[in-house]
Design a binder for this molecule. Structure first.
Ligand code: FES
Ligand code: FES
Length: 174
């Protein structure tokens, strides 16, 4: 939302003024300007997914976006998912299924999975979808492909996929 010449975005329900320096990435803005350290900088070049956040509900790599590009948009980071002390169902499922070890990739995995489910719901196919026009069934193979942009160097991928499958069980009949 633009107020006069001030550019602003909404982050987890709060309005924040965007930086005047147009070179600041969305990731650096979140971490260094707003002290929201949940979104991680793994590679800073679009290769690892650790910086994934939701912009108007769509998953993006915040290291590859400029903060000023998000003028007027609504950003959700991992800090914005819980309801008070009640974790988001997917956060709880990551705990239940040992979906992490060091936790560095986890915020990006969780934001990515939420955006991924939305894409699947509106029928966006992946490269392993046999029928591009069919409704998406989130099988394990589909989930592995759709989450392949989020790397976990601890190798917790099986737990991550289990957590996502359980949380979105209704959509994931194999
Ligand atoms: Fe953005 Fe790795 S830090 S993809
Ligand atoms: Fe360590 Fe994924 S839990 S990188």
């Amino acid at each position: 939302k633009r107020e006069g010449n001030i550019m602003s975005i909404n982050v987890n329900g709060s309005t924040a003024e965007l930086p005047t320096d147009a070179r600041v990435s969305l990731l650096d803005f979140l971490r260094d300007h707003l002290q929201l350290y949940g979104s991680k900088k793994g590679c800073d070049q679009g290769a690892c997914g650790a910086c994934t956040v939701l912009v108007d509900g769509e998953r993006i790599l915040s290291c590859l976006a400029l903060a000023v590009q998000c003028d007027g948009r609504k950003i959700t980071t991992v800090e914005g998912l819980a309801d008070g002390n009640a974790l988001h169902a997917l956060q709880q499922a990551f705990i239940d299924h040992d979906g992490f070890q060091c936790g560095y990739c986890t915020p990006g995995q969780i934001c990515s999975a939420i955006g991924m489910a939305k894409e699947a719901k509106r029928g966006v196919p992946s490269s392993v979808s046999a029928d591009l026009a069919a409704d998406v069934t989130l099988t394990r193979e589909e989930l592995q492909e759709r989450m392949s942009g989020n790397l976990c160097r601890c190798g917790a991928h099986n737990g991550i996929i289990d957590a996502i499958r359980e949380t979105m069980a209704a959509e994931m009949a194999e």
